[in-house]
Design a binder for this molecule. Structure first.
Ligand code: ZN
Length: 84
């Protein structure tokens, strides 16, 4: 049909980090996106990775769950009480 090498799921998994970082060469990016267009599994996989990056990449102290923040404050109070 054509001499274009088709991308499979395994190749996509190997290249997905570069794809998300924007360092994937244009030709590979096009092949990857062509695969995404026809593969539900990889589309879900990519969405999952993007969510993970968004959650971990933007995690700041004010984003911590109340329980975790309280635990940190406890440590801080204990440390202060010690030095007083
Ligand atoms: Zn796939």
């Amino acid at each position: 049909m054509s001499d274009q090498i088709e991308m499979n799921c395994q190749t996509l998994v190997e290249l997905v980090t570069e794809y998300l970082e924007g360092t994937l060469p244009e030709r590979d990016r096009e092949r990857l996106e062509a695969h995404l267009a026809v593969c539900d599994g990889c589309t879900r996989y990519l969405a999952q990775i993007r969510t993970t990056i968004r959650l971990t990449g933007m995690l700041r102290t004010e984003d911590l769950r109340p329980e975790a923040r309280d635990a940190l404050l406890e440590v801080y109070r204990a440390w202060r009480a010690d030095t007083d």
